[in-house]
Every structure is written in C-alpha cells, then in structure tokens.
Design a binder for this molecule. Sequence first.
Ligand SMILES: [Zn+2]
Length: 111
Amino acid sequence: MYVLALYNQWMIHLLISIIVIVTVGLLLILINLSMKRKGYNIPGICVVRCSKEHVFKTRWIEGVSLKAVRLGPYTRYQYCPVGKHLAIVHPVKRQQLTAKERRYLARETER
Ligand SMILES: [Zn+2]
C-alpha cells in the first residue's frame, strides 16, 4: 500500500509539472503572436531603438533572451552595437522608421 501511495503522489507531481510546462509554453506562444499582431517582427529579427536613439536589428523572441536582460514585453537591456554601449532598447514598427533609418537598416545585418 505504501508503494502505491508513493506512486500516486509521484504521478500527481508529474501531472502538475506537465500542466505548468504546457501552460507556460502556451502563454509564450500567445505573447509572441500578440507582438506579431501589433506590428512588431517578434518572434524574429526585429528592429530596435536604444535609449540614445540608435537603430539596429536584433533577434527578439518573447520569453527567451540570450544576449539581453528582459525588463518587460517591450523593453530590454542589452548591448547597442551602433553606439557600443549597454542601453535600454525597445522594438520599433516599420512605420515608425524614417526613410534614412530604413536605408541604413537595409544595408545592415543582424547584430
Ligand atoms: Zn545606442
């Protein structure tokens, strides 16, 4: 009986763990789809503007960040390769870019 009770307890923990992992995964997918729907190229290579107004491309996937500290859905703290400094960056929609910034970004690759 003790072994059966232990097995049941283990199964309940396993089930709760699976539910939590699936829920977090679904939330991340929904957040990323929401960002895409709002006009940002997220998930993917996104145009961002740093706190000193530099514009560059970076990979942005909500819920996942290897090169940045996430501060919220629209805010990260990361290295700005244009100004060569650490800065707060925000994603930028294509419509928010000037013609000069679009020409500059067309020549740039992801950094
Ligand atoms: Zn910068």
